[in-house]
Design a protein around this ligand. Structure first.
Ligand code: PMP
Ligand code: GLN
Length: 390
């Protein structure tokens, strides 16, 4: 009998938690604060641009494999404008099908079978299957609740002569942490000491709440030459459906990502690339009002969680918050998420699938809520969650 490959047989390759909770949200007509899918539509000038580009007649066929010249230039301009980084638009940028493909192509292009890859837990779910498909070995460093900080000794202990890559996600999904300069400096020192490459997943780079500040690890001394940085248009322009991401860094490492990318997707959606090249050049007012809008939503979700008896630390970045339900519910995070969606009518994400087995207990009292939702949805969630206290 034909069968599926053993590589995709482990349970972590079955339905992802995001799909599972979306299905339940639909089935129970719940307010969906699960998947990080913005309610707000793409800004209208960006949509107008997409229409113009699609009528131009030049952008309906394959794009160049590394990405369109306009978007690669825009990624380079953006890095110079916000971080004073010098990215070669020709050889230092690859445009990918979302950050998701950027992560996959970078792992495939930068990690050999048997290499160790350090990931910080809880981790974005795609990292682990990608590491396993590359036949590499995951090594886990947990963030400790309730402040979601790592223990420097545990971080150091994760490094070995076999460590090839560390995947760093800051601002961090799902905890909302933005790693401090001090934390990044320790990570950087260890990466330099052990000659490790960093895959920096910075898709929430523009979603940081004062006084926290996003410091790209590539800007730290000695780090640019060992870091590939991944970002995405999905978060910044409410275009998660366009799947436009990019990987940037030193040409010698980007070459690894590019070699893999050529044979994963070859090239990605041409019209969206031309449009995002325009969007990345929007004035600073776009970026500041984007942040300000989310700062308000963050206040709204924090107040509604507090009113429902859920404990949450204000996220420093991202549009996610982890809420501790232990004062009002006895059971696992998955049981609580199921209870919430079925009985209360609010969908969330239990973080158990974002952990290795030995550390899963650290997220056991928490569920993640996304607040990239309309105020109407958040207020509806508030009404429903108020029932929890009773
Ligand atoms: N990394 C992180 C940390 C994410 O939260 C997400 C999901 N938005 C991605 C990568 C994937 O991004 P994209 O939708 O651009 O593939
Ligand atoms: N990044 C989004 C989240 O964390 C979407 C993830 C997904 O659907 N794969 O919710």
């Amino acid at each position: 009998m034909p069968t599926i490959a053993s590589r995709v047989k482990p349970a972590l390759f079955s339905t992802s938690i995001f799909t599972e909770m979306n299905t339940l949200a639909q089935q129970y007509n719940a307010v969906n604060l699960g998947q990080g899918k913005p309610d707000a539509d793409t800004p209208s000038d960006i949509i107008q641009r997409l229409i113009q580009v699609s009528q131009a007649g030049r952008y309906n066929q394959y794009a160049p494999a590394p990405g369109t010249p306009a978007l690669r230039q825009a990624v380079s301009d953006h890095a110079a404008r916000f971080y004073n980084l010098d990215i070669d638009p020709l050889r230092g940028v690859v445009v990918t099908s979302g950050a998701t493909e950027g992560i996959c192509a970078s792992i495939m292009g930068l990690v050999d079978p048997g290499d160790e890859v350090i990931i910080i837990e809880p981790f974005y779910d795609a990292y682990l299957p990608n590491i396993l498909m590359a036949q590499a070995i995951p090594v886990y460093v947990p963030l400790h609740p309730p402040t979601w900080t790592f223990d420097p000794a545990e971080l150091r202990a994760a490094f070995s002569q076999k460590t090839r890559v560390l995947i760093l996600n800051s601002p961090h999904n799902p905890t909302g942490r933005v790693f401090t300069h001090e934390e990044l400096t320790l990570i950087a020192q260890l990466c330099i000491e052990y000659d490790v490459t960093v895959i920096a997943d910075e898709v929430y780079e523009h979603l940081v709440y004062a006084p926290s500040q996003h410091v790209p690890i590539a800007t730290l001394p000695g780090m640019f030459e060992r870091t590939v940085t991944i970002s995405s248009s999905g978060k910044l322009f409410n275009t998660t459906g366009w799947k436009i991401g990019w990987v940037s860094g030193p040409p010698d490492l980007i070459d690894g990502t590019y070699r893999a990318h050529q044979f994963i997707t070859f090239a990605v959606h041409h019209l969206s690339q031309e449009t995002i090249a325009y969007a990345l050049h929007l004035p600073d007012t776009y970026y500041t009002s984007f942040q300000a809008g989310y700062a308000e939503k963050r206040n709204l979700i924090l107040s509604l969680l507090a009113e429902s008896g859920l404990k949450a630390l204000a996220p420093q970045g991202t549009y996610f918050v982890l809420a501790d339900f232990s004062d009002i519910f006895t059971g696992t995070s998955r049981e609580f998420a199921h209870y919430l969606v079925k009985e209360i009518g609010v969908a969330s994400i239990p973080p158990d699938s974002l952990y290795s087995e030995p550390h899963a207990h650290l997220g056991q009292n928490y569920v993640r809520f996304s607040f990239c939702k309309s105020d109407e949805s958040l207020l509806q969630a508030k009404e429903r969650l108020a029932k929890l206290k009773k």
